[in-house]
Structures are given as C-alpha cells and as structure tokens.
Design a protein around this ligand. Structure first.
Ligand code: FE2
Length: 222
C-alpha cells in the first residue's frame, strides 16, 4: 500500500537521524517526527518526476552509502508513490517572486514534501521535512531564510558554501545545519544531489537570494 511505503521511508529517515543527533536541529527534527501520528495520506494527486529526472534520481539513490542502507531500501520501495514538484518560480515557489535563482536550479530541482503544514504526506504544524533533489552539475545559488534548516545529505559528494567560508565537499551520510539567516549554497558535481531537508522554525519563511559575483564562473565550471 502506498501509504505504508512512504511512512516507512519517513520512519527510516527518523531512525537514521536519531543515530546522528549531535546537532540541535537534528534533535528537534527527530523529536517532532517522533511526536507525529504517522497515518499520512496524499493531499493532492501524486506527480511522478518528469521522465528526464528518472535516471538521475536512480543514480542518486545508487550513490547512497552503505551506512544508510535502510534509508536507501525504504526510498526504493517508496519511490513509485512519492509526489515530486519542481520549484520553477511560480506562485508556490519557496522564493520571493522574480528571484535570480539561475537556470540550472530552475531546470534541475525537485522537492517531495513528506511532512509539513500543507501539501505534504503527513501533517505537522511545526516541522517541514522534504526530499530535495538536484540534477548533476547544478549550482543552487547562495540564499537565506529565517527558518532553521537541516540538510541530511543522502548522496554525495557535493559542495557547500556556508556563510562567508570557502566551498567544502560533503560525502553522502552527512548532516549540515543552516542557522536562521545564514547564507548557504550548494554545488552538485557528477553525482546528483539527494538530501532530506527539514525546517524546525519559521515554516512560513521566504527564501531570498544573496548575490555573489562568482555564480557564472561556477556554473561554467560544473
Ligand atoms: Fe536553505
């Protein structure tokens, strides 16, 4: 049954995170997931990813490391029932209208909202948890939001620029905390990016792009 598979995926993410709970943002994510009644149902018709995403999504799943075997297995089982949506700058965008997110992001992102206050598989008023996918060779430009955010990177390696620090590569099975209003950017290499992302505060935040002069150069290099 589709519900069972997606619930099993949410539980697998919760269990993996509870074993990686050094950061407060992870503890909050786990405690809020644990408080949920997991009897979710899709609130809208399911949307499969566009066909050209299928092979990249499969590639990302194949790069999930052995340490996350349970998550990879749950993800494979749930995959036919996941509801993916691209942020292309429409009315339901996470970004301010007209934001300069760049072509590679617009054409290369997919979000599957698992837990949240609206359009999610499971309702929660204090937690947003989604799967976030980026195609290979995508620059997810520097941006900020009021929400306190966790990235639980399932695939890798991929690069992150946190605040004013230089780029650092993170492997699959890594956790990142983006504190409120701390700029962050992601660059994706050969392996497509797949991360479980949570917001544990200010769920109604709007994302704002923070301009950097090197975007074009990075996009040309990727
Ligand atoms: Fe973010």
């Amino acid at each position: 049954m589709q519900t069972d598979k997606v619930i099993a995926l949410i539980c697998a993410l919760r269990d993996a995170l509870s074993a990686r709970n050094q950061l407060e943002v992870v503890k909050l994510t786990v405690s809020r997931l644990s408080a949920l009644t997991l009897d979710g149902r899709a609130t809208e018709p399911l949307r499969a990813p566009p066909p050209h995403f299928e092979s990249e999504l499969a590639l990302a799943i194949s790069h999930i490391p052995d340490s996350l075997n349970a998550v990879a297995e749950a993800l494979s089982q749930a995959r036919p029932y996941l509801d993916w949506r691209a942020d292309i700058g429409g009315d339901d965008s996470y970004y301010e209208k007209g934001s300069d997110v760049g072509l590679s992001f617009r054409e290369g992102n997919l979000v599957c909202s698992l837990v949240g206050p609206a359009n999610s598989f499971v309702f929660s008023e204090d937690l947003f948890l989604s799967l976030f996918f980026l195609k290979s060779r995508t620059l997810y430009r520097d941006h900020v939001h009021q929400a306190s955010e966790m990235y639980f990177n399932l695939s890798g390696p991929c690069g992150f620029r946190l605040g004013d620090q230089d780029w650092v590569d993170y492997a699959g099975d890594s956790v990142i905390w983006n504190p409120p209003l701390a700029p962050h950017a992601t660059r994706v290499y050969e392996t497509p990016f797949l991360s479980a992302v949570s917001w544990v505060s200010d769920l109604d935040s709007v994302c704002r792009v923070v301009h950097r002069d090197d975007w074009q150069m990075i996009e040309d290099q990727l």
